[in-house]
Each structure stands twice: as C-alpha cells, then as structure tokens.
Write a protein that binds this ligand. Structure first.
Ligand code: DQA
Length: 146
C-alpha cells in the first residue's frame, strides 16, 4: 500500500527551527527515516512539502490518485486553515495528523486543530518516532497484519 506524507509550511527549513521542539533535523533526514519506517511495515511512502496553502489543498484533492492513506503535518496551518480542512474532507483516504512537538503543551493557540476531527488519529510530541506510530495506525486501519 502507498502512504502520502505531506508536510506544510516551514518544513523546508526544519533544521533551522527550534531544536527544542523539532530536534534540529532536516526535512530530508526526516523523510528518510519515515521511508524506512514505512518499508518495515510494507508501505511505499510518497513525500511532498509546500509553503503554499493552495498547493497543499490541491495536493489533498489529488491524494487518492496516488495513495491509500495519508499522514499530514500542516505545521501552523493546522491551527487555523479552514481551506485545508475543507480540502481534507474531499481527500477520500484515511488520514493521521502528526506533529513533532507536543502542540497541546505549548502556546494556547497551538492547542486548536481544525483538522483533528477529520483524522482517524493524532500523534504529537513524539518527534520522528511519531511518524512510525502514525504508519502503524494506518496499517491497522487498512487491515494489515502488523
Ligand atoms: C508542528 C507544530 C505547529 O504548531 C507548528 O506551527 C509547526 C510544526 C509540529 O510538527 O510540531 O510548524 O506542526
């Protein structure tokens, strides 16, 4: 099965963002780690990142053409983008929301997610390992053995 892994705004400069919250890792390193987690579970992973909200929405419109499930980390858009919420509603594949940091334990404004109730699960505050957990959740949701 194929899993789309979509990163949103500011993930292209992940290694320059607060290491305390994001671990100082580059997006490329993060994607390599996720690819390996996916391989262990028998998934092909398909990656994308954009800083443009409309492009993120258009990727969501098309996601079912290439993937059976979706992991999305929209970054700050998570907290306020109804456009992304509406686009996720038409995506048509099961989605897991992932955040590297513990968004529920940071600033008040990060506690709100406008996509959470459309997702089968949310994983936060577990860093890179959180993506493994998200893939395991997807494996179960798609009825895989492990
Ligand atoms: C983030 C958390 C968001 O609040 C923040 O705006 C990000 C990254 C995370 O992965 O922890 O850009 O989604």
């Amino acid at each position: 099965a194929r899993v789309a892994v979509m990163h949103g705004v500011n993930f292209d400069v992940l290694e320059r963002r607060s290491p305390e919250h994001y671990g100082g890792i580059t997006l490329t390193d993060l994607e390599v780690r996720i690819k390996l987690f996916g391989r262990e579970l028998g998934f092909e992973t398909i990656f994308s990142q954009t800083n443009h909200e409309g492009e993120f929405c258009e990727q969501l419109h098309r996601v079912a053409d290439n993937a059976d499930a979706l992991i999305l980390n929209p970054g700050a858009w998570t907290h306020y983008s109804y456009a992304i919420r509406d686009a996720l509603e038409v995506a048509g594949v099961p989605a897991v929301e992932v955040h590297l940091s513990a968004v529920d334990e940071r600033e008040e404004w990060r506690r709100r997610s406008v996509i959470r109730d459309l997702c089968i699960a949310t994983v936060q505050g577990k860093g890179v390992e959180g993506y493994r957990e998200a893939l395991e959740i997807i494996a179960r949701a798609l009825g895989f053995e492990r």
